[in-house]
Design a protein around this ligand. Structure first.
Ligand code: MOS
Length: 746
């Protein structure tokens, strides 16, 4: 059940594409059946580091239906790739892995060949017949053993002002002089996105210099640009279609080798080639949340005022490409502390490259920070809710700017009440339910409220309907639905008259769907386009009724498809009549939008707080999450149903992070032993309790004209520590290494 502090702007419109999805009519990247299509299956390296000595594809080529076996030995040269070697350790920023570029192997599972056949089954069979011989080098994949080899990220070496550079406010180690202090280390394992839909691409060369891809990505325009660069063809000669995405969580924010492998193959066999990864390949070919070690030193005076925080993180990356994330950002801005230091390092290993995964960086960092806050509150004998409120900051201590909006205190108060915080005992193990120990915990989350530039087209048709277009994708939050609602509000038309088309690079510019910025970015462009359309309609209206002459938008009401004088509503004309009078079959408007300069005078963040009640069995160590209450300050809520879905989904991911998810590698081979959803556990229904979500729903007009702030990331950030803090409250056991599996509690 979801409740709200306040009314939301629109009714909770059902998903505009819901019926297509539940009836199977929605087509995902692997579901496009082009004429003469062929199927590609990727062959992976079985060593973690070294050189391919030879590839024997003779048996595969003799197998029925096989069209080609492509590897570095025979692959065509991708023209955009300069003819130089891969960078080696230590990375200099590096670059993405190039499919079939040379004989070098950088990680176990790396694509080394693709087998193309007339059916998927035949391609899969023949792929098993491809044999490779290697010259093997010694690999390093064990994070803990190599921690001492962590390096300063190249991005910091290039730019000392990078947000990832070492940071000091007051004294970095000032916490050491505090009356009460603690130092602790936290470990976050590798996590894999594992969306339901497997990564897939169908690639097709319409002409020698014209490429079409149906590709599972989070941005059609960035992908279009990437492939145009690779193939040195005009950007408009690449079409990227990604109309439906079955979850992504960040792994569609990068272009991966299997995509280029399919494009190379399509060019060589002169037919469309479809490649869909296996679930196992999803573990090492399309990114993951990196293994991260963190250390926190934190101190306070005896009254509970924080006097110093020091936070250090080392994240894993590959040997050939640097991946960084803002693990430490929230530590810089979340609490008042006169002394503060952060230090971020990377550990390159012989593994594939990580990528952003929901709440990237912050979700990992919040586990350490919010755990340490709970630990220090306990040491001070202060209630953790009170401790957060005592150290709350009304301005951003990092940027020295006012917040655009911040309703975190309101969230904390509401959440504490709804979870029943007053039942909590300050002493661990103080509450029981039968044999079970009962604990309550909380964690705070934050993420930048970003907005980028985008353009949106709208076409008013003769029948009064409006079709909007944007290249943006929808990875699941319900982007089309929210955009229809914003358009409905700003154009004065009921939602059923509005269609929002997306997921096609032919449509106007939109960035990746990522960083919780889509509603702010594309929604603002929808607002701008609606305004431009209203101006055009008003300019044409005097032809229908002279009383509309020489008026401004402020004098006019646009409602239910009619333009009327605000002061005299009976003077009105319909949008369709305006078109008719001008002999127009449609009215086409294209408008772009970018953030205001004014916004940079403020620090813009979304905030969340998560409260968890857990029951722990003292004999078995089993943890049952009994209830979660999450409160979000994400500005205006456009659609309370889809927003609640987002928050519930994020909390579910947070339960996985706290208790289950762990990609375990066998370091003898540098290969994951967890490689399917049987071994790599994600929460299922039985693991997920009732999740109550609440929204402050107060607009932030500094961020964008709708007053929205991002929601996707803060849905997960702070969830894992809320659960582990609750486990401590139940058991007195502080587990600093995720996930908290039963063996760690007995
Ligand atoms: Mo998100 S991690 O920006 O898909």
């Amino acid at each position: 059940m979801s409740r709200f502090f306040d009314k939301v702007i629109g009714d909770p419109l059902n998903r505009v594409d819901g019926k297509l999805k539940v009836t199977g009519a929605a087509r995902y990247s692997a579901e496009y059946q082009l004429p003469n299509i062929s199927y590609g299956v990727i062959v992976s390296s079985t060593i973690a580091k070294g050189k391919i000595r030879s590839i024997d594809s003779r048996a595969a080529l003799r197998a029925p239906g096989v069209i080609a076996v492509i590897s570095h030995e025979n692959a065509i040269k991708v023209p955009g790739w300069a003819d130089n070697e891969h960078p080696t350790e230590p990375p200099t920023g590096g670059r993405p892995l190039r499919a079939f570029y040379n004989n070098r192997v950088y990680s176990n599972g790396q694509p080394i060949a693709i087998v193309v056949a007339d059916t998927f089954e035949r391609a899969r069979y023949a792929a098993m017949l491809v044999k490779a011989e290697y010259d093997t080098d010694k690999h390093e994949t064990n994070f803990e053993e190599n921690k001492g080899k962590a390096v300063v990220p190249a991005v910091v070496k290039k730019n000392s002002k990078s947000g990832l550079a070492d940071y000091e406010r007051g004294k970095a180690d000032g916490y050491k002089n505090a009356a009460v202090k603690l130092e602790a280390e936290y470990v976050h394992p590798t996590e894999v996105h594992n969306p339901m839909e497997l990564q897939a691409i169908t690639a097709y060369w319409e002409a020698d210099d014209k490429l079409v891809v149906y590709d599972k990505v989070q941005g059609t325009k960035p992908t279009q640009q990437a492939f145009a660069n690779e193939w040195k063809i005009p950007v408009q000669n690449v079409r990227v279609i990604s109309e439906f995405v079955g979850g992504a969580f960040g792994n569609g924010l990068h272009n991966w080798p299997h995509e280029t492998a399919a494009i190379i193959a399509a060019k060589m066999v002169k037919r469309p080639v479809k490649v869909m990864l296996t679930r196992e390949q999803m573990f090492f070919m399309v990114g993951y949340r990196p293994y991260t070690w963190q250390k926190i030193g934190i101190g306070a005076d005896r009254d509970g005022k924080i006097t110093g925080i020091y936070h250090e993180a080392i994240g894993q990356t590959s040997s050939y490409e640097e991946f960084t994330e803002s693990t430490l950002q929230q530590t810089k801005m979340m609490y008042t502390s006169p002394n503060l230091g952060t230090k971020y390092r990377l550990l390159p290993l012989d593994v594939s490259t990580p990528i952003w995964m929901r709440g990237p960086g912050e979700a990992t960092g919040a586990f350490a920070l919010e755990s340490a806050m709970d630990e220090l509150a306990f040491a001070l004998n202060i209630d953790p809710v009170q401790f957060r409120l005592m150290n709350h900051t009304d301005t951003d201590p990092d940027k020295n700017l006012p917040w655009s909006t911040k309703y975190l205190k309101e969230c904390i108060h509401a959440g504490a009440e709804k979870i029943g915080w007053s039942k909590r005992s300050l002493k661990p193990g103080g509450v029981k339910s039968g044999e079970w120990l009962v604990g309550y915990g909380m964690g705070v989350g934050t993420f930048g409220a970003h907005r980028g530039a985008a353009a949106v087209r709208a076409k008013l048709l003769a029948n009064g309907n409006v079709v909007f277009q944007s290249a943006v994708t929808d990875i699941g939050p319900g982007t089309g639905t929210a955009m229809v609602q914003i358009a409905s509000e700003h154009l004065g038309l009921s939602p059923d008259k509005i269609t929002f088309q997306l997921g096609n690079s032919d449509f106007p510019q939109a960035p990746n769907q990522g960083g919780s910025a889509t509603v702010a970015t594309v929604g603002s462009a929808v607002v701008a386009t609606c305004k431009a359309m209203k101006e055009k309609l008003l300019a044409m209206a005097p032809a229908s009724d002279k009383r509309f002459a020489n008026l401004k938008l402020e004098d006019i009401t646009f409602d239910k498809g009619f333009i009327s004088l605000s002061k005299s509503p009976s003077v009105k004309v319909s949008y369709t009549e305006v078109l008719k009078k001008q002999n127009l079959s449609e009215l086409d408007v294209l408008q772009d939008s970018k953030p205001d300069q004014e916004a940079s005078k403020y620090s813009r963040y979304s905030f969340s707080v998560h409260f968890a009640e857990v029951h722990v069995h003292p004999l078995t160590g089993q943890v049952r999450v009994k209830k979660v209450v999450s409160c979000a300050d994400a500005g205006t809520i456009v659609n309370k149903k889809t927003a609640a879905n987002q928050l519930i989904g994020g909390v579910t991911g947070g339960i996985g992070m706290a208790l289950q998810e762990d990609a375990v590698m066998d370091h003898r081979y540098g290969r994951y032993v967890t490689k399917d959803l049987g071994d790599y556990h994600v929460p299922v229904h039985a693991d997920v309790p009732p999740i109550e979500v609440y929204f402050v729903n107060k607009p932030d007009y500094i961020v964008d004209p709708m007053g929205t702030k991002g929601l996707g990331e803060i849905a997960i950030i702070g969830v894992a520590p809320a659960i582990t803090n609750a486990i401590f409250n139940a058991t007195g056991k502080r587990i600093r290494e995720l996930p908290v599996t039963p063996d760690k509690l007995i």
